[in-house]
Write a protein that binds this ligand. Sequence first.
Ligand code: C5P
Length: 231
Amino acid sequence: VAVTAIVPAAGVGKRMQSQHPKQYLSLAGKTVIEHTLAKLLASNYVERVVVALGAEDGYFYDLEIAQNPSVITVVGGQERVDSVLAALKASEQFAPQADAWSLIHDAARPCVSTEEIDRLVETCLTQHCGGLLAAPVKDTMKRGDTEQRVQTTVAREQLWHALTPQMYRTTELIQAIEQGLANKVNITDESSAIEAAGLPSMLVNGSPNNLKITQPEDLVLAEFLLMNEQR
Ligand code: C5P
C-alpha cells in the first residue's frame, strides 16, 4: 500500500512574532520542519513526502533534507486547505492507484512520534477507513457568549482535540475538499472536509505532546520534548 505524506509548510506563522516562519525556527539543534520530516520518513509506511512551501520560501532548499529523493515540493496556497489540496494533487500523480492513501501532517508539529504515525496508518489500513490522531479533552469545557459570560458547561466525555496526522484515500480527500470549498465549508483540517462529505473518519488516540507550534511559549515545551526524545 502506497502512503504519501503531505506536509503543509506554507504558513507565515503570524502568531509567533518571529522574523522567520515557525517551521524554520531552530529547536534542539535542527529546524522545526527537519524534525517533522525525519519523523515521517522514519515510518516504514511512508513512501514519499510532498511538502507545500510558500511561493516566496527562501529557506527550504538550504536544508540537507531538500536533497532527499523521497522529498518533493509544491507551491502552497492562501490557506492551509489550499496548500494541502495542491500537495494532494501532486501526490495523485506520483501514486495514481485508486487505493492510494495520503497522510497529512502539519510542518508545525515536530513532536509527533513515529510510533503514533504508524498506529494511525495501521488502524486505517485494517479498518479500511480514514482517521486522525486525536487526544481526549481533559479540562472542563465551557461555552461562552459574546460578552465572555458562561452560558453552559459542555460534556467533555465525547470531546477530542483534533491533531495531525490525518489519513484518507487521496482521491476521496481531493473530492471532499473540492466539494467542501464549493459549498463554503470551513475546512480547518482534513477530517472536516470528510465529515461534510458524509464520509466516516475515526479518532485514533494520539499524545497531547504532539502540539502545534503556534505561540512563542510553545517553543519551550517543544524543545524540552525533543531533547528528551534524543536521549
Ligand atoms: O497557521 P497554522 O498553525 O494553522 O498552520 C498549520 C500548518 O499549515 C503549518 O504547518 C503551516 O505552515 C501550514 N500552512 C500552509 N499554508 C497556509 C497556511 C498554513 O501550508 N496558507
